[in-house]
Every structure is written in C-alpha cells, then in structure tokens.
Design a protein around this ligand. Sequence first.
Ligand code: SAH
Ligand code: F3S
Length: 503
Amino acid sequence: MCASPVFKANPDYLQATPSLDGDTDPKKRVYFEVFGCQMNKLDAELMVGTLMENGYSLTENIDEAGVALYVTCSVRQQAENRVISKIGSLKKRKKEDPNFLIGLLGCMAQNQPEETQKKNPHIDVICGTAEFLRLPEILDQARSEGPQMAIDLKKNLTYQRTQNLGPKNFQAFISVMRGCDMVCSFCIVPKTRGKEISKPVTEIVDEAKALADCGVREITLLGQTVNSYGKCLAPGRKIGLQHLLHELNKINGLDRIRFITSHPSFMNDDLIDAMADLEKVCEYLHLPVQSGDDEQLKAMRRGYTVDHYRKVIDKCRQRIPNFRLATDFIVGFPGETDAAFERTCDLLHEMQYQNSFTFKYSPRPDTAAFDLEDDVPEPVKQERNQRLLEIQKEISTKMYAESVGSIDKVLIEGPSQKDPKRYTGRNTAHQIVVFDAPERAEVAEGLVGKILPIQIEASTNLTLFGRLLDTEEKEKTVEACSDHEDASQGGLISPESIQRIDI
Ligand code: SAH
Ligand code: F3S
C-alpha cells in the first residue's frame, strides 16, 4: 500500500461548523493532511473542530496557508518516511517566511518526539495523541515563544461532541476507547497511544443521541481492540461491547452501527449474540488474524492459536445471518518460512474472507520484534504479499458475483468520483454499490443519506453494480426489510469499503 494521505481537509469539511470567509487572517488559514487509521481521521475531525471554534479556517492550497498540520501514522516505516519527506520539502518556505507554522501531530509526534525535532528543527509544533485538543493554544504559544512539544500521554482526552464533524452529515465515527493493552511484538500502537481507556457507556450514548439528532444514521465505533471495550470500567461489574451495542441499538434515528477493529481473544459469545440479535448492528466483522501459522502467532505475541480463531469464526457463521468477515495479514515477519506462509494461504482459502489487508512486515524500533532479525528478504515479502492479494481477488470475485440477483439496502453517499452520473452507497456489509442516478439533479441529490433498495445486477471483485428500484417496488422492499437490516442484502465487502487507510 502506498503512503498517501487519508484526506486533505478542505474548506467544506466541517459542514456543521460556520466557516469563515476568504478574508481570514492568513495566519489562521490551515492546510491539513491526515495519514493512517480511522482513529486518526476522527482525531483530525476533532482538531479541525477546535481550530474552527478558535477562528481558524481550512485551505486546500498550502501556499495560502499560515499553518500546515500533518496527522501522522507510525505503524510502518513507509508511512513515517512519507510525512518526513513532505515536511522536509517545507524547509525553504519556513526559511523565507518564519511566521509559517509547521505541526507534526499524532502517532509520529508521540513516537519519537525529541529525535524528530532534532532532525527537523523547522517543525514548530510536535503534538502527540492525547493533547491535540489544546492545538489553538499550542499554536499561539508557538507564535509567541517558539517551538512547542505536547506529548503527555497521561492527559485524559475528554470532549463533549454535540455535532457531527465528519465530511458526511449522515455518518460519524465515535471513539469508544483509546489506547491498547495488548503486547503484539510488531506493533508500535501501545507506545503511541498508551494504555487502554474506555469511555463510559452513558457518555457514548449521549454522544450517539446528539449525533442522531443532527441527522447521523450510521455510526462506527472505534477502538484498537474495540471488542475489549469496558474492561476497565466499573471493576467487578462486567461491562462489554455487547452492553454498549444494546444501548445504542435503542437510539431513534440511528439505522446502522459498526465497530472496528476487533481482536480474536475478545470475541465472546455474548458479543456474537449481540451481533446476531440487534437489528442495527451490521453483520460485518473485521478480525485481524495476522498469520495462519501458530509459531508465527506466538512470536507475534498475539495470544491465540489458529484453532481458537477458527472456532470463533465457526460460531459467528452459525449465529449471525449473512456474516461477513475481513482480516489483516502480515507477511515476512521474522522467521516466516515458506511452510508457515503456505499455512496463511490455506487459512485465507478456508476463511473465505470478503476482503483482507496484507502488510509487509516493517520493523519498528521500541517493539519486542525489533530485536529479531528481519530475515525475510524484501523480494520474498513482495512475492508473498502479491500471492495473498491474488488469492483474495479470486475469492472476492466469486463472492461478489454471488450477490448478483439480490436486493441490497444501500445508504446512499453521493455521486461517484469516477462518473458523476452514477451514485454510490454502501450496503450493510459496507460494500460499495454503484447505480445510475436519476436524471434530475435535485432528485438524485435528494437520495443522499437515505437507505434505499438496489437490485444488484453485476459485480467485480471490489464493487457491486445495481439499479435503484422504482417507488412501488421500493416501498414493498423497504417494508420487507424493516425487521432486520440485513434481511435482503447479499452484499460482500470491498477493500475500499472498510475505509482502511493507505499507510
Ligand atoms: N488494532 C489496530 C491495529 C493497528 S495496526 C486496529 O485498529 O486496526 C493495523 C494493522 O497493521 C495490523 O492489524 C497489522 O496487520 C499491521 N501492522 C501493525 N504493525 C505492523 C508492522 N510493524 N509491520 C507491518 N504491519 C503492521
Ligand atoms: Fe497493535 Fe496488537 Fe494493539 S496490533 S493496536 S498491539 S492489538
């Protein structure tokens, strides 16, 4: 995967927040790029929100900006390199215009702050994963006092969100927990995001209600191991993700609830039952396995065996109608033999994932695996990566084709980027569905944010293509579907649908 930014925030990004007009003070014009996972995207939304409340506005043109901010990812070296090269290219600008502020935010800032600052003395603000809501104040201090560093991980990140800050007014992320208590030997996240802290159920429910009141129909709960939610809440009383899902399922106006990313060790029966029984909870599970070989899983310190994983998935398939599964793999982890890799290929075949994300192992300083020899040569990593992609493509093509003929309930998102005469949306499995838009623009625009039935007529390995059903048919189908969100859909998941981000 290439290390391109998730998005460059543009001036319409915060639809719900009054943005300032063109004659803003140039010092308060921000250019903003975001790399990494969904949590970074949400953090970026919160940052943009607090900046706008403090009189900042966004610009897509870095030449017009008085501040350039980068929300960064440290999961793989490539992601770090990309940002460092971007920031490096701003040296000349900074020299010519000392008032121009450069900020490095998020995981890279948290990971190696001193070293990064030393190597890049033209960076004005280094702000980690727990202090970014102070950004306006930190930027002011950088203007008056010089370079600032805000990397206290113990700062409890609390905020009250009463409006949707995302780019679509009918979809929102909610962070239900921060940090990670796991010890995966390859992973830098516990260092960059600290110990796991869950937000209380009532706070999340209030946030979700407020979002539903302002038109949000779909929420995605975020956590590094989202299915261990609640572990540290109310000791003695067992609170789990399933309790939260039950509460959220009651909220009027919300239609879809998703959650990412889960860990195989925390998939208990109660959670599987909640997924099966709660009509708003989508039938999709992203459950990273990383490898199909027990020795590798042990060296990765994942805490489960392939057999445990298999049993969890068997239960999900038995209990959850139309169950959809996605995963992550790492290829080329130290000690991965040809035989170990073959076991991963076998698992991919066996599990019939609807989509999977494969990453070439990237050694991260300050992780346990960094002490192991990175002994799988790059061309072998590349070959293994390619092989998993090919197997996945074959599986996805076949599975997508099986959806042809079904009627999916699709949350309409808007015009397709490739062809504005077509519209796109997603089914409950988060799979992209493309269809011809009604000819009259106002009719087409009126569909956005609605959940409508689409007859699936064709497919690729990434996308379903269909036809918006006519009103009479539509009403019948919506009625038929209303008892269970997934009752009529036969869709699968496409890689872009999960919005896994290029890093
Ligand atoms: N639980 C987290 C995982 C974060 S990292 C989540 O929310 O998804 C995302 C994925 O990156 C992991 O599942 C793993 O497959 C991959 N990854 C993490 N560290 C890596 C490394 N050092 N090299 C290659 N891939 C890595
Ligand atoms: Fe990383 Fe493992 Fe946590 S992959 S985010 S340490 S579950």
